[in-house]
Write a protein that binds this ligand. Structure first.
Ligand SMILES: O=P(O)(O)O[C@@H]1[C@@H](OP(=O)(O)O)[C@H](OP(=O)(O)O)[C@H](O)[C@H](OP(=O)(O)O)[C@H]1OP(=O)(O)O
Ligand SMILES: Nc1ncnc2c1ncn2[C@@H]1O[C@H](COP(=O)(O)OP(=O)(O)OP(=O)(O)O)[C@@H](O)[C@H]1O
Length: 414
């Protein structure tokens, strides 16, 4: 079978779903089609300032790296039931232009000012549509960092703070100083597997969603494929999915808890933690042992090839997991750099939970296909390492200026 062509469908058969920093996503709503029904189209974006002309730039363009990354690196680590199907679709510049003309108006204005569909690309991704379908409430959670760091390589100055306040809560304090909407949500509650703490996390996510009118990226809600905002509707659309408790927030947490009891979140946090065994401080020390004259992790100038990723994934259990992470091994620098990059992908992914309209039993089915799916497991590049080291330092320095009483302690599950 040849590759799927996007031109087998009409631009007006795709509706805008949502977007992140790098990708914009459309859902197929046209007549039944063997290649498109139940799929979303994931397209890479480009800054408006760098927008290419409406022609393809590279005749021999490789597939979107996310496809190979999921197949080679992610699939051996995450049970397949939690992953979306991803396939290549061949694009067409004028078809993309028509889609943009139709749907740009549905994008948030601040996104439109910054970037647009990269119409120079020849290839996009068709993925399982996780938010569409009549009678579905899709809950998207970006859970972020679910572990406390291994203290062994932390400095005396940072250890007391980093072992009592989690990275997400420190980052929240740091961002709120810059004027961002704050949130009480602590990922360690969500990942805790403790009913009371998970319920609290869901309530905190809900409050953040309401207070920011859906602007915070940790919780997004979609009804039958359309994102809903607290201010734009009277919650009628939500109520039919969340019967039983007149307090919608309570009904929401009751509906979500059966999904949170499943192992998906533990898979994510265990990988985040295992792959970030040294903390960025330990990684920087290790790198300095190998490159004593370099100016920190900013100087890493090697991006792993797919062969190196394949080797990492294949030997993950037999090599990486058997290393004694309390020691720093210069000969394993590349392994630790790759592990940290992969950890960053898991720290930045999202999970979509699909809640069907309750049936006679009134219970949501957590076993339906794609009831719980992890998305946005994109490959991070080494040129982020310097940014992460710098951000870590700035976040910690900021939090050290805050009175300990104002910081609620974060507790990890053991
Ligand atoms: O650094 P963080 O923890 O703020 O994470 C970034 C995210 O910010 P968040 O804190 O989730 O609001 C950020 O999310 P938003 O675009 O702000 O929704 C991105 O996911 C970014 O990754 P990338 O640049 O798209 O590869 C993320 O950057 P990386 O850390 O993955 O480089
Ligand atoms: N398979 C899917 N089905 C339905 N919606 C999806 C799917 N994949 C992504 N989305 C929606 O599109 C949004 C953007 O996708 P994604 O998070 O992968 O983009 P990104 O640019 O890589 O994000 P970030 O900036 O957070 O790294 C998601 O937050 C989600 O709402």
């Amino acid at each position: 079978m040849g590759p799927v062509l996007v031109t087998e469908s009409q631009p007006q058969e795709w509706t805008y779903v949502s977007e992140g920093g790098a990708t914009i996503v459309f859902s197929y709503t046209g007549p039944s089609h063997p290649n498109f029904t139940g799929k979303v189209l994931r397209l890479r974006k480009i800054p408006v300032s760098k927008a290419a002309p409406m022609t393809h730039t590279d005749d021999d363009e490789p597939d979107d790296p996310m496809i190979a990354f999921q197949r080679i690196v992610i699939a051996p680590l995450v049970p397949s039931e939690y992953l979306p199907d991803l396939d290549v679709v061949l694009l067409d510049a004028s078809w993309l232009g028509a889609l943009e003309n139709l749907r740009n108006v549905d994008r948030p204005a601040e996104r439109r000012e910054k970037d647009q569909i990269d119409k120079g690309r020849r290839k996009g991704i068709l993925a399982t549509d996780l938010v569409g379908g009549k009678g579905t409430l899709a809950v998207e959670i970006k859970p972020k960092w679910g572990f406390m760091p291994n203290p062994i390589h932390l400095s005396q100055e940072t250890a007391p703070l980093k072992t009592t306040t989690c990275r997400f809560c420190m980052h929240t304090l740091f961002k709120s100083e810059g004027g961002d909407v704050s949130t009480q949500y602590c990922p360690l509650d969500l990942y805790s597997r403790d009913e009371g703490r998970m319920r609290r996390a869901v309530h905190d996510l809900w409050s953040g969603w309401v207070q920011s009118d859906g602007e915070l990226n940790n919780l997004r809600l979609f009804v039958s494929g359309k994102m809903i905002k607290p201010s734009e509707q009277s919650f009628t659309a939500l109520k039919e999915f969340l019967p039983g408790n007149p307090v919608l927030e309570e009904a929401f947490s009751a509906a979500l808890l059966p999904f949170l009891r499943r192992p998906a979140l533990a898979v994510i946090s265990n990988l985040q933690s295992a792959l970030d065994a040294l903390d960025i401080e330990g990684l920087a020390k290790l790198y300095a042992m190998v490159h004593p004259d370099a100016d920190g992790l900013n100087c890493v100038d090697w991006d792993p090839s797919f062969e190196e990723w394949q080797e990492f994934a294949t030997s993950y259990d037999s090599v990486y997991c058997t290393l004694d992470h309390s020691k720093l091994f210069p000969e394993h620098i590349k392994t630790y750099l790759m592990a940290y990059l992969l950890s960053a992908s898991f720290k930045d992914c999202s999970v979509i939970f699909r809640i069907r309209r309750p049936d006679a039993s009134g219970q949501p089915s957590v076993d339906a296909p794609h009831a719980i799916t992890v998305i946005d497991l994109d490959m991070k590049r080494v040129d982020r390492l310097g940014k992460w080291a710098d951000l870590d330092r700035r976040i910690v320095e900021h939090c050290q200026t805050i009175d300990a009483i104002q910081r609620k302690p974060c507790v990890e599950r053991h």
